[in-house]
Design a protein around this ligand. Structure first.
Ligand code: NDP
Ligand code: MG
Length: 388
């Protein structure tokens, strides 16, 4: 049995992971669940899966969860510090890091420090502090298995290969709901529209990141650290059908791709079961349904977030951390109709230009940069015409 800590169990990845667990009770056991605000679902999940511990990171929700589970043999904790402790328990084998945003960094690092295998969905962790995270994982001999579909694809293509034989990787991007659109269209789009992703059903933050193409920018940086690549080895191609999940090109020119229907349960299951594969009844890809797979260059000019993220990757240091923080603030503001779609990029660009550069940040400096960037970005949001 593999004993799992599912962090962010109430989210899109978390709930799909629990579907995988429910279908494979002979392989997986839930040891820890964590949620933040969706107490109703967290309580329901705890009753169904009877983990040893539940952590509600939002401390205001502790009493509610505690009393709802009082008759069950489940320990209830609250706050992010508790989460950092619980992930280190001996009874945990694998930690699925599926909290969204910078908030997922601390628990992932705690799990690495305790030598746990990490199934990593939280890409922001590697965007913010990839060098530090991968260094610690290497020191502890910890495996980080990607859950993000593109990185799972690359990981699967690299099984049995020597990483020094990678010439480059090509991340595929769906292009999101606004593919082919220009700035004159984007100025008017609203959150409700941007939340409608053509191929994937995901949490709100990543869905907006997909619409702005920031998601692909974050994924470039995620790939850099996961696979130890140089910036020049990372490419993006727009592939609207989302059937090819990414491609590795080797030094002999051979390309390997991983394909399948867009369904996150597959990369989640792969990461949790690795190095085994588990049979399932997920719908299979039929070429009859996809007679044409197409590819095009990304539009860096219109989708400025992709260019900004690429720029942050090249600059390195604390720049990706600053960019990520500004993006989190701007996306939240866009979801609340406080900035326009176009202004998301303005907030990020200005914040990146404002926060002092640190070349080799330690964890404290990352936390400091994150905080500073959030404060500055929040001030910029207040200046938007929509905010008043
Ligand atoms: P969701 O928004 O659906 O879920 C986020 C989870 O994190 C929820 O359980 C939420 O709790 C919890 N959470 C939110 N804020 C905090 C906080 N401050 N502290 C602790 N926990 C918190 O996101 P997704 O599942 O879509 O995404 C999770 C991560 O996986 C992201 O980093 C995303 O980029 C990545 N990812 C997601 C994919 C997808 O298909 N969804 C694909 C590839 C990567 P609650 O809801 O109870 O408040
Ligand atoms: Mg992805």
């Amino acid at each position: 049995m593999k004993r799992l800590a599912i962090l962010g169990s109430t989210g899109s990845i978390g709930t799909q992971a629990l579907e995988v667990v429910a279908a494979n009770k002979d392989i997986f056991e839930v040891e820890v669940l964590s949620g933040h605000s969706n107490t109703k679902l967290l309580i329901e999940q705890a009753k169904q899966f009877e983990p040893n511990a539940v952590v509600v990171t939002n401390e205001e929700k502790y009493e509610e969860v505690k009393s709802a589970l009082s008759l069950l043999p489940i320990k209830v904790f609250s706050g992010s510090t508790s989460l950092d402790e619980v992930v280190q328990w001996d009874s945990v084998d694998i930690v699925l890091a599926a909290i969204v945003g910078f908030a997922g960094l601390s628990s992932t690092l705690a799990a690495i420090d305790a030598g746990k295998t990490i199934a990593l969905a939280n890409k922001e962790t590697l965007v913010v502090a990839g060098e530090l995270v991968m260094k610690r994982a290497a020191e502890k001999g910890v495996n980080i298995i990607p859950v993000d579909s593109e990185h799972s694809a690359l990981f699967q293509c690299l099984v049995g290969e020597n990483p020094v034989d990678i010439e480059k990787i090509i991340l595929t991007a769906s292009g999101g709901p606004f593919i082919g659109r220009k700035t004159n269209y984007l100025v008017n789009v609203k959150a409700s529209h941007a939340l409608q992703h053509p191929n994937w059903d995901m949490g709100a933050k990543i869905t907006i990141d997909s619409a702005t193409l920031m998601n692909k920018g974050l994924e470039m940086i995620e790939a850099k650290w996961l696979f130890g690549l140089r910036n020049e080895q990372i490419d993006v191609v727009v592939h609207p059908q989302s059937i090819i999940h990414s491609i590795v090109q080797f030094i002999d020119g051979s390309q390997k791709a991983q394909m399948g229907l867009p369904d996150m349960k597959l990369p989640i299951q792969y990461a949790l079961a690795y190095p085994k594969r588990i049979s399932n009844n997920f719908k299979r890809l039929s070429f009859k349904d996809y007679p044409k797979l197409t590819f095009e260059e990304p539009d860096y000019k219109t989708f400025r977030n992709l260019a900004l993220a690429k720029d942050a990757m090249y600059k390195g240091g604390n720049t990706p951390c600053v960019m990520n923080a500004a993006n989190e603030i701007a996306v939240q503001a866009f979801l609340q109709n406080k900035v326009s779609f176009i202004e998301i990029s303005d907030v990020i660009e200005k914040t990146m230009g404002h926060i002092a550069y640190v070349e080799q940040p330690d964890l404290e400096e990352y936390e400091h940069s994150d905080k500073e960037a959030r404060l500055f970005a929040t001030e910029l949001v207040k200046k938007s015409q929509l905010a008043s």
